[in-house]
Design a binder for this molecule. Sequence first.
Ligand code: FMN
Length: 347
Amino acid sequence: MFYKNIIRPLLFRLSRKDPETAHHLVITLLALMGKHRTSCQLVSTLWGTKPEKKLERTAMGLKFPHPVLLAAGFDKNALAIRMLAEIFGGVEIGTVTNEPQIGNPRPRMFRLSEDEALINRMGFNNDGATQVAERLAEILKGGQLKVPLGISFGKNKDTPANNIDAVIDNHLEGFRKLARFANYAVLNCASPNTPDLRTLLERGPLGSLIEEVQKTKRSLGLASLPLVVKLSPDMDWDQIEAALEVCNQFGVAGIIAANTSLGRESLKSSTRSEIGGLSGAPIYHRALELVRHVRKELPNICVIGSGGINSPERATRMLDFGADLIQIYTGFVYEGPSFVRSITQAI
Ligand SMILES: Cc1cc2nc3c(=O)[nH]c(=O)nc-3n(C[C@H](O)[C@H](O)[C@H](O)COP(=O)(O)O)c2cc1C
């Protein structure tokens, strides 16, 4: 209530012209607080979930204290992971590219408040693998995170998507710098904001990319690092079928269903025609459908449901539909930090 009645209106008003301002403010605050043990304890008391056996999940060989994870894109540069690990059952950073990128010009994040949604065209803005690796080394000097850390990998914009050898080299360069910090690694070829990125979800390129990343894992002594592939909600059933086949063939441990959508059906907000990926409430049913499908097709894989979870009911439904774990981003923005605990209480 305090968040929805006081903090959210303040944050939203402050960043009416550019919602990204509020985002940076929150990340900066969380990063600062994460440096102090007492503020971590405070956040844990206010918004954390008390460890309970019934909430624990083992997936991809990893132990999650509860199944509500932070989705990629919120803390792209791993600035606030200590604090976020007090709230979430797992934290995914990135998407990180090998070279740093400034992303698209601002504004590039838009609120669709009437629809409880966001549109973003960030374009993989991030500090790059070298700097994120240095940051992780520094932060983790103070001890491992209390929850699994996922790292999402993507390609740089200037690496042509139609040159698969270049795409693989670009991924592997970043992967070699960062993989040792990850508890699981994600290949994100599903963002709509990098030109032609999603062509990498087709059978041929996806298979080659996964195969080379798996080989590199072994050469780095990280054979057991679980590899996860993120799907796009805009793929048709044939594309999904092909992607799942290669994921299965090359030993992928998990599937995230799914990223943001280019769809714009029945939206009310005036910002609905902005270019970019739609997240939040309107994409829930598609994400749910994908979760159910992946669970049916690949019964032994870890399914991570992502898209439009904005209530404990939606969260538990996604788990009932076969998700082992769920991730949230937009729901966190609209519902606030206590949202995670309201979900874990409903499980
Ligand atoms: C502003 C913003 C930036 C995002 N950046 C990334 C990203 O870098 N990598 C990624 O895999 N997903 C990214 N996502 C997608 C989220 O991880 C998530 O899959 C999607 O938003 C659906 O979940 P939600 O409806 O709970 O937000 C981003 C989403 C938003 C809103």
